[in-house]
Write a new protein. Structure first.
Length: 129
């Protein structure tokens, strides 16, 4: 908690107003993010790429629930034990997709590194601090 700052972002992805699918947000991982917590309206569109990179899966949370995404910083901190997934937003239909994201980011100057507890013979250090 002492090494992170927080950012709240409101996001709106306009509907394509046709039968087509519109790319709302390019495929990406959360690069400088520790953890992202997302809450959205009931308009679908968030997709997550499987770890093997073969399939896009629709993220369809139940009503009044949140989606938690691991960011690249947390991936580094866990020495690769947790995966930072590629994700994107694909919008269809005639209703805008709205979401609120809470992003935790390392404070300026903090060096992200795996703690000793995450490094052993079976899990050698993967990334430089």
């Amino acid at each position: 908690m002492d090494v992170t700052d927080y950012l709240v972002r409101f996001q709106k992805y306009d509907a394509p107003k046709s039968n087509e699918t519109k790319l709302g947000l390019d495929s990406h991982t959360d690069k400088k993010i520790v953890v992202t917590i997302l809450y959205g309206n009931e308009v679908k569109g968030l997709e997550v790429l499987t770890k093997d990179g073969k399939y896009w899966i629709n993220a369809e949370p139940s009503k009044n629930s949140f989606i938690v995404m691991i960011g690249e910083s947390f991936h580094a901190w866990t020495n690769g034990r947790l995966h930072a997934p590629y994700h994107r937003v694909m919008v269809t239909g005639d209703e805008a997709r709205l979401s609120v994201g809470l992003f935790s980011v390392p404070k300026s100057g903090y060096i992200m590194k795996a703690p000793d507890e995450m490094v052993d013979e079976d899990h050698p250090i993967l990334l430089k601090p």
